[in-house]
Write a protein that binds this ligand. Sequence first.
Ligand code: PBG
Length: 323
Amino acid sequence: MLVNRPRRLRANEQIRSLVRETQLSVNDLIYPIFLVEGTNIKEEIPTLPNNYHFSVDMLREEIEELIELGIKSVILFGVPNKKDEFGSEAYNENGIVQRGIKEIKKISKEILVVTDVCMCQYTDHGHCGIIEEGMVDNDSTLEYLAKIALSHAKVGADVIAPSDMMDGRVAAIRNILDKNRYHNIPIMSYSAKYASAFYGPFRAAAHSAPQFGDRKTYQMDPCNSDEAIREVELDIMEGADIVIIKPALSYMDIIRRIKDNFNVPIAAYNVSGEYAMIKAAAKAGLVDEKIIVKEMLTSIKRAGADIIITYFAKDLARWILEE
Ligand code: PBG
């Protein structure tokens, strides 16, 4: 006689939803926004279909749409016109991200503004730090990252998200924020950020590909897992409030290990290449986009992510509202 019949709990939608462990919620989503110089610009990003480059004056409609969909958080990326050796536009108090933060705060107080703190979009060589003797120099880069973070805090950023992978940057940023009385601004650190080919569509969108070499001297080796534990441990010791694992899909094991070993909120970055692959497959009629996106995002959460940064945020919010 067959006593155990797991199918009993799958017999209909009522019982399936009763025993369902993981639920997607719009509360967990962060939507990326790309800001460009100029005015009157809302242009679709060729490598990220249905995502746009916005000039700061064109943000209102987008922010209002997010609020209507129930999305409460955005992460800002700047795509400046002017690049130089030191990425000086990144800490310009009138730079695009700084103006973008002020504009969003003017439009609504309901949106949590996270800012990506990095230099690769701002340096003419496309690396995430200051170059000395042909290498990204760790300690001189820290001063710049701290300056960038402070410039974001000064105009109203709610959360600072350093994505450069320099050693000691969380401490450097925590220190400058605290000295300037921004001790209540959380740091969401890209703690385990891998040197990944899944960033291709983002780099095309942000004009941030390195002009020589690659990012392997600072981003992590995809072969490593213990190293992610060490990176997260160090970032928490330095004051990180939330840790990011990036990319998400090929790194579900890392998400789970971090979840089992630490007790800080985990954000998974469902990166540009993961987005673009699904978009391309859906366009070719190979997969059902809605079902596959929900499956992917649910799986990321089931792996242990509390927060998901995703280009699919608006689509998912719409699908949740429809249900
Ligand atoms: C900046 C940064 C990158 C991404 C987020 N912040 C690119 C990179 O490290 O080369 C990638 C995001 C994505 O692919 O969606 N350092």
